[in-house]
Ligand binder design. Structure first.
Ligand SMILES: [Fe+2]
Length: 130
């Protein structure tokens, strides 16, 4: 099988703000303009292509989850704390100020400037394949 997710479009109220936020929080390369998009590429070749919403358009928040190493989790979570951003252990936002330890790893949720729900995990859902 060679099917791989290559890119997806992320609607934003301010694509520059949202794209910069994601790249800074995750420690990725700065966003690169491509047509009307600002492209943020993660390390498995998938890109999130930010585009400004139409004036007055209400964006339906989406969810983006990133698998990171344990040391990367420390750094990214450190940025969340340093910026004083609200964070949660659960996707429903019912466990503020906590992280989770699902599947023996660590995970945390927080919001981007456009209201999207970001997540970092150190172990994939269901655990590592045995
Ligand atoms: Fe998730």
């Amino acid at each position: 099988m060679t099917v791989q997710l290559n890119h997806t479009i992320v609607h934003a109220y301010d694509k520059a703000e949202s794209a910069a936020f994601l790249s800074e929080m995750l420690g990725l390369a700065p966003p690169v303009p491509f047509g009307p998009f600002l492209v943020v590429e993660v390390h498995n070749g998938v890109s999130l292509d930010f585009i400004d919403a139409d004036p007055g358009q209400q964006i339906e928040p989406q969810h983006y989850a990133f698998l990171v190493s344990e040391p990367e989790f420390d750094v990214i979570f450190g940025r969340i704390v340093e910026r004083g951003l609200p964070y949660f252990a659960d996707p429903g936002g019912q466990e503020p100020g906590q992280i989770n330890h699902h599947y023996g790893g660590r995970g945390v949720y927080w919001a981007d400037p456009g209201g999207n729900w970001l997540e970092i995990i150190t172990v994939p859902y269901g655990g590592w394949p045995s």
